[in-house]
Design a protein around this ligand. Sequence first.
Ligand code: NAP
Length: 296
Amino acid sequence: VTSDGARPVRFARAALIGCGLIGGSLAAALRQAGAVGRMTGFDADWARLERAQKLGLIDAAAGDAAAAASEADLVIVAVPVRASNDVLSAIAPALERAELITDVGSTKLDVLDIAERTLPDPSRFCGGHPIAGTERSGPDAADANLFRDRLCIVTPTARTSPAALAACEEMWRSAGARTERMEAAEHDRELAWVSHLPHAAAFALAAAIGAVGDEVGGLWGGGFNDTTRIAASDPTMWRDIFLANRAPLLRALEGLKSELAALHTAVELGDAPAIEALIGRAHAGRRRVLEMRRRK
Ligand code: NAP
């Protein structure tokens, strides 16, 4: 607390690379909490960068990622996961002041590997993944309350310094989130089942329904809406996640394929007990996963 009684700003200068839904929401939450001072942004999409400034998510727009990061104590990388390589390489020479370099990507192993290979001092990097979001994208979708009471997974490596880990956890708590530490590989394996597979299934389902043409009129209801809402998600973001987490996702897709094949056979044979058995497994599976979250 300063002599005038005010709390000092935790990060006087911050940089946001990628001013979309997640980056914009984090910037808004940190600003609302008074945890950051001046926020400089950069985005590959100039219209989005201008919009982020107009919305007050960032104070200033930089001409490139390195210019945004230079002078920053906190650098947040919030781009689609396969773009992290370009961003981390670009900012690497400009990180003299940075106390914490972090990301928000939905896959963690690849980003940590890139950070270890590209950053001059990987001890100042700590990954994060907020388990919050929507099917929308861009700065107009940003929401200062997006992370309130939500979980953020923090994935330090063996090289992450205790100071960088503490700063990362403090940043997320300032944004309103709870934090939990996890190994990157474990994170990617678990998310393949409970996030990447549901999105893959929703994309395939919506594409299959969209392909039938005249058989489908306007008779859709809750079943269609509930199961395909996330099929409206950003294609670049999900392409990158699927490619970055290939092995765990392929295992999960095999699991889905085998259940679909079992259902196909049961329907073909008119096998009522087999259909009921599959729906029973579905109820038990859903309950089991939801109860695990409640225990955390
Ligand atoms: P978004 O709204 O599309 O924002 C990402 C922004 O990054 C876009 O404006 C994009 O511009 C820009 N960008 C792409 N490549 C760049 C580069 N090389 N340099 C600078 N800017 C670049 O996406 P988002 O939903 O915020 O996702 C950002 C990250 O958060 C992703 O890694 C995603 O996996 C993770 N995440 C998302 C969610 C979710 O629900 N959406 C939840 C948790 C974590 P262009 O449009 O020109 O490509």
